[in-house]
Design a protein around this ligand. Structure first.
Ligand SMILES: Cc1cc2nc3c(=O)[nH]c(=O)nc-3n(C[C@H](O)[C@H](O)[C@H](O)COP(=O)(O)OP(=O)(O)OC[C@H]3O[C@@H](n4cnc5c(N)ncnc54)[C@H](O)[C@@H]3O)c2cc1C
Length: 827
């Protein structure tokens, strides 16, 4: 027998894509489509041999409240529909429809909200009655079904065929696809912030390249680990069964999904396929995925799955009577927050990742490949990627114990009702503020804040500080939240914000470089706090933060918890590129942040310090050290709540001492604790933005109403200046972020509720809370029109927000509803 011939490798390629599953093939296809045909895809074994070969192939556009995810799904469906004509390779796409079943009130509310949003995004979904469900899928038991949500144009696809078609399409355009060639190592050059990809080592030699895209699915973490790239995805068992033939079952019926029964259902080879998402899953191979696991199966754990299976089968009772032809278990990888891991790794330049697909790799794969290819070739992903960016993830999340624990929760979440006030419950307590024990004693109810324990609200004596039963209505802690909100507006509160990302930037060029990075002027005077955005060359947002000039060569940069690694990497890379004398120290853990806010905050702090806090001596945006007790704190007069207020940055070891002094002195000033619920409701009344929630990388700084924070003509300019100038020159904006206030006090807004003007959908609520001062739910929505948007146009329209099945009248405003003239913060 002759030995297999060694593959001949090119010595160089512009991009090397690692992994030939649906994601790698889609990335290679789209790179080639964009003209980057000097692309090589390396597959360790055969195309599809990882997870892709055994996917169930649901092709569903319904179900997400993320605009990006919904757009990826829509694009994917359209792509799969045209691939056969383009490549000659069939994809097995069958668009027989899809029905999501709601069999209890909470799911009904959830899907009504989701379907309103999906319709806004162009998904043609309709609520149908149980009888109509029965007509479309006559074998379904509809006894307890409340409604179905039907998308006629959705359906299923053959995952292997679609991947082959993508590979064929890529090859046709000139990309090379090499099977049986594992990447052994990604090679880099340079050190620290300059480290960048230079090639890939294989058993057959090296390929030099500028960019790699790690699409190795459940192997991605291990491959990344060699270079310290954090990709904390984890494989877990994932099941379906296929019954013997059921003559009554038609292959033309829609796919149905019933999360309440843990299952999805479709015809397969004359039998019924029942796919499962169990509430408590089993992670697989925590220590590492074997390198030779190809077209592999996992021995099913019948005992563990039996109760879920029983329930799933009850939805289509005939399945209980026929035999099981195949009970299949295969691994799929899941991430800590059920979002994929995508983008350029902060650790290594030119190292892109697209992995951790959380069981929707087929139905989003087409769109994700396009997004990644655009990101690689232009630097612009073309969509909001704040929720999926690899840099949201932290090193500790790769810890085996963390992955084992968190994966159980994240897979389990897939089929749970997605309640608004839910927080992750596993792997908790591993990041705590220095004040944690004191906040526990103060009866804080905590939530997960990028892994930190963040005080969400405080329970009065006699009430358990627990989130309680989740639902869509007012939560049980409403009165305590409201009281905290009112204390912010009328008295004085203490908030522990130690989870905020804090960086000390030092060096001879620190001021000049931070000023170039910032759209606002941040390098004018010592002791000044400046709110600013960092932009990219397109003039869209990369970060939203404060920069405080401590002295000529020392700055404090403070950003939100979610922006931690993005902000850090952006600074480090910029300083390196500019070859400046500027250095970033991450002081997040070293500095506690205690916010003292509210109209009585000055009186309280003044009673504790010898520094003059009067408005004349310590105006808004001042930063200065003050003494509190035996400690020294950096005090910033700034607010995210819309009141007179201060932020104290205290060395961690003195945080408890400062807290105790504040509490002692606070007793006579009516000081109370306030949590993140009050922060959200106060900031939303004031229209303060939150990057990654209501503003993102697709927005121009002008569209989001932050032009006031842009020093357009400052000497030295800034990154994105030309783009902002050009946008301004184009005249009035037809896309603007506005505040939305419901005219009725009862309905609640959370996220993704469509906003209509005279019946026409113009945008959706990006983030919302309840305005306890304003007396109604309040949010921020990006509104688009075919004409300039100004207040007169807003006032002339009849505005409504779709809240579930209802349309609720609303008012829209370019200025915040609460204290638009900022009189309160001047205090
Ligand atoms: C039971 C089941 C049902 C599913 N049903 C659906 C569904 O209905 N709809 C849906 O959208 N999704 C579904 N999924 C999820 C879907 O299958 C995955 O999200 C998707 O296949 C992931 O694709 P991928 O390309 O990221 O990973 P993979 O398909 O695993 O591809 C990664 C590839 O990388 C290769 N590789 C690994 N290491 C190296 C290396 N060092 N060098 C080179 N190559 C390497 C592997 O051999 C593999 O081929 C299902 C999953 C399971 C398990």
């Amino acid at each position: 027998m002759s030995a297999p011939s060694l593959p001949s490798l090119p010595s160089h390629a512009r991009v090397v894509v690692l992994g030939g599953g649906v994601i790698g093939c889609s990335v290679a296809y789209h790179l080639a489509q964009l003209g980057w045909t000097d692309t090589v895809l390396l597959e360790r074994d055969k195309i599809t041999s990882g997870t892709t070969w055994h996917a169930a192939g649901l092709m569903v556009t319904f179900g997400s409240t993320s605009e990006t995810s919904t757009e990826l799904r829509k694009y994917t469906r359209d792509l799969y529909a045209r691939l056969e004509a383009e490549t000659g390779q069939a994809t097995g796409l069958l668009l027989n429809g899809f029905i999501e079943l709601a069999s209890d009130d909470d799911r009904l509310e959830e899907y009504r909200r989701v379907s309103a949003f999906n319709r806004h995004c162009g998904v043609d979904v309709h609520e149908i009655s149980p009888r109509e469900v029965k007509e479309l899928f006559p074998l379904a038991n509809i006894d307890d079904v409340r409604a179905g949500f039907y998308v006629k144009e959705d359906g299923r696809v053959n995952p292997v065929d679609v991947t082959m078609a993508l590979a064929a399409g890529a090859k046709k355009l000139g990309a090379r696809i090499l099977e049986n060639v594992p990447a052994l190592e990604v090679l880099t050059s340079g050190s620290a912030a300059r480290r960048r990809v230079r090639g890939v080592r294989t058993p057959y030699g090296e390929i030099a390249c500028d960019v790699v895209v790690n699409c190795t699915g459940m192997w991605a973490r291990q491959l990344g680990e060699d270079l310290g790239v954090t990709i904390p995805n984890q494989a877990a068992e994932h099941y379906y069964l296929i019954t013997e033939r059921i003559p009554e079952l038609s292959p033309h019926w829609p796919v149905i999904e019933d999360p309440g029964c843990h299952g999805y259902y479709r015809e397969e080879g004359g039998g019924l396929m029942i796919g499962l998402f169990e509430p408590v899953c089993a992670p697989w191979k925590i220590d590492g995925i074997p390198g030779d696991f190809s077209f592999g199966e996992i021995t099913p754990d019948w005992d563990r799955m039996a109760p879920y299976l029983e329930r799933a089968m009850s939805r289509v009772p005939i399945s209980e009577k026929v035999g099981v032809k195949k009970f299949f278990c295969g691994p799929e990888s899941f991430t800590p927050d059920l979002r994929p891991v995508v983008g350029e790794a902060p650790e290594v330049r030119g190292y892109f990742v697209a992995a951790g697909l959380n069981s929707i790799g087929i139905l989003t794969g087409g769109g994700l490949g396009k997004l990644v290819a655009e990101w690689v070739t232009t630097g612009d992903p073309g969509a909001d990627v704040t929720g999926m960016h690899i840099d949201r993830l932290h090193r500790y999340q790769s810890n085996p114990a963390y992955r084992r624990t968190r994966t159980v929760e994240s897979l389990g979440l897939v089929y749970q009702c997605h309640y608004p006030f839910r927080t992750m419950t596993t792997a908790r307590g591993c990041k705590t503020s220095p004040l944690h024990d004191r906040l526990v004693a103060a009866r804080a109810c905590f939530k997960d804040v990028s892994g930190w324990e963040g005080a969400d609200w405080y329970a009065p004596p006699g009430v358990a500080p627990e989130v309680g039963t989740l639902g869509w209505d007012r939560p049980h802690f409403w009165p305590y939240w409201e009281a905290e909100h009112r204390a912010v507006r009328e008295g004085v509160v203490l908030m522990d914000m130690s989870f905020m990302s804090k960086f000390e930037v030092q060096g001879r060029d620190a001021g000049r470089l931070l000023d170039r990075l910032s759209a606002n002027a941040v390098n004018e005077r010592d002791g000044v706090v400046t709110y600013t955005q960092w932009l990219n060359e397109r003039g869209t947002l990369e970060a939203d933060l404060t920069v405080t000039r401590l002295d000529e060569e020392r700055f404090l940069v403070v950003a939100s918890d979610t922006a931690h690694r993005h902000v850090q990497a952006r600074m480090r890379r910029f300083f390196e590129d500019e070859a400046g004398h500027a250095f970033v120290a991450d002081v997040t853990s070293g500095l506690a942040q205690i916010n003292v806010q509210g109209p009585r905050s000055r009186a309280l702090l003044q009673s504790l310090t010898s520094v003059d806090l009067s408005d004349a001596a310590f105006p808004f945006r001042t930063a200065r050290e003050i003494d509190v007790g035996f400690a020294r704190a950096l005090c910033l007069r700034i607010t995210y709540l819309g009141e007179l207020g201060y932020e104290l940055y205290v060395p961690s070891e003195q945080a408890s001492h400062v807290y105790d002094r504040l509490r002692e002195a606070g007793a006579s000033h009516g000081l109370v604790h306030a949590g993140l619920k009050a922060l959200a409701s106060c900031r939303m009344e004031k229209g303060y933005r939150d990057y990654g929630h209501d503003i993102d990388n697709t927005d121009s700084v002008l569209e989001v109403g932050l032009g006031f924070a842009v020093a357009l003509d400052k000497p030295g300019g800034f990154v994105g200046q030309e783009a902002v100038r050009a946008k301004k020159a184009r005249g009035p904006l037809s896309r603007r972020l506005v505040s939305v206030l419901l005219s009725e006090p009862e309905p609640l807004l959370f996220h993704a509720e469509p906003v209509r003007r005279d019946g026409v959908s113009r945008g959706y609520i990006r983030a919302a809370s309840y305005g306890h001062t304003l007396g109604g739910a309040v949010g921020l929505a990006m509104i688009e029109a075919d004409r300039p948007i100004d207040q007169a146009w807003l006032d002339a329209g009849r505005w409504e927000v779709e809240v579930g099945a209802r349309r609720v009248p609303a008012r829209l405003s370019l200025r915040p509803f609460y204290d638009p003239s900022n009189s309160r913060i001047r205090g």
